[in-house]
Design a protein around this ligand. Structure first.
Ligand SMILES: Cc1ncc(COP(=O)(O)O)c(C=O)c1O
Length: 360
């Protein structure tokens, strides 16, 4: 069986070269006579692989020394609670931008622990653009400002940061490592691994030192960044396979020129796909404001939605899988993370052209 072009939003496609390496090491890893999943996380071989993965991520993202990198479980969703709990000590309101499905969820969870101020809300328009920072209702006494720079479902992205001196907490689940960012401008960055990093079950948290150490005594210790930082993310058994595989993806990215190089490819991929959608004489359309179109998640609608089922069936048969849009949006969505090469975009655009020709 040959591999498909996988446009899944997550868990998503992983680099084939990485999967091949993992396959080779499945029975016997690193001279230990067992797979990486079968050995202690406290043994030297795993500790070395874990440290290397962290170093490679630090190199790729230019993470300053005054930030901890945590390899956790619980998904980005656990961070929706961990962030307010860890930062509650700062006092004041917590500012949240409501720009899509995932920020809505983050707000709902944060409200259980802190007084949330929603600085902007595009839910009424169905998440089609992000208002500029000058239009945000930021509070003077905010403990922190939470943003979701790429909303995976609506395909809405913004690459700027709000104008604030408060710690910025960002859910980068679907955009981490897709383009360079200045980590020093953030208080906390977090991301579930299953899009641009590795398998589901691993969550990366990058947190500035001064935001650690004031966790409420009566809350679950596993959410305390201090506990996890002091134990090198090994307070309890970490997700060893995910950590190991993430390390392979980081190494692959470094070998391929790092985040700067992949960002150029990602920009070109997005340009080609949106370019075709915009030039399809209205057969296909993307509803998002041009300046907020996501590089990673490209939703598109067919003018005649009665053709949706045929589009999905025929694209699937052509080896282009997981193109169905999220149920809340409908239509199609192509998720084109780092592991999706330009060949996948070419195959998709070719299919879209021939489907249009057959149905116009
Ligand atoms: C932007 C964003 N945030 C949070 C989540 C939830 O992540 P998890 O399932 O890892 O908790 C997702 C999942 O797709 C996402 O895309």
């Amino acid at each position: 069986m040959s591999r498909i072009y996988n446009f899944s939003a997550g868990p998503a496609a992983l680099p084939e070269a990485v999967l091949q390496q993992v396959q080779q090491e499945m029975l016997e890893w690193n001279g230990v006579g067992a797979s990486v999943m079968e050995v202690s996380h406290r043994g030297k071989p795993f500790m070395a692989a874990a440290a290397q993965a962290e170093q490679d991520l630090r190199d790729l993202m230019g993470i300053p020394d005054n930030y901890k990198v945590l390899f956790l479980q619980g998904g980005a969703t656990a961070q929706f609670s961990a962030i307010p709990l860890n930062l509650k000590f700062l006092g004041g309101k917590a500012d949240y931008a409501h720009t899509g499905h995932w920020s809505k969820k983050a707000i709902a969870d944060a409200k259980r622990f802190v007084d949330v101020n929603v600085v902007c809300d595009t839910s009424a328009e169905g998440y089609k653009h992000v208002p500029s920072s000058s239009q945000w209702n930021l509070s003077d006494d905010a403990a922190y400002v939470h943003i979701t720079p790429n909303e995976t479902i609506a395909g809405v992205e913004f690459d700027w940061l709000p104008d604030t001196d408060k710690p910025i907490c960002a859910d980068l689940s679907s955009t981490i490592l897709s383009r360079p960012i200045d980590v020093s401008k953030y208080g906390i960055i977090y991301a579930g691994a299953q899009k641009n990093i590795g398998p589901a079950g691993l969550t990366i948290v990058i947190v500035r030192d001064d935001l650690i150490g004031n966790f409420p005594a009566d809350m679950p210790r596993l959410m305390d960044y201090q506990v996890m930082a002091e134990s090198d993310s090994m307070n309890n058994t970490p997700p060893t396979f995910g950590w190991y595989l993430a390390g392979k993806v980081f190494a692959w990215l470094k070998e391929n020129g790092g985040v700067e190089a992949v960002a150029k490819v990602n920009a070109a991929k997005a340009e080609k796909l949106y370019g075709y959608i915009d030039n399809s004489d209205g057969f296909y359309s993307n509803p998002v404001a041009i300046e907020n179109r996501s590089w990673m998640n490209v939703p598109f609608l067919l003018a005649n939605s009665e053709l949706d089922a045929a589009f999905l069936e025929q694209s699937h048969a052509a080896g282009l899988h997981a193109l169905k849009g999220h149920r809340s949006v409908g239509g199609m969505r192509a998720s084109i993370y780092n592991a999706m090469g330009m060949d996948g975009i070419d195959a998709l655009v070719d299919f879209m052209k021939s489907f249009k020709a057959a149905n116009s």
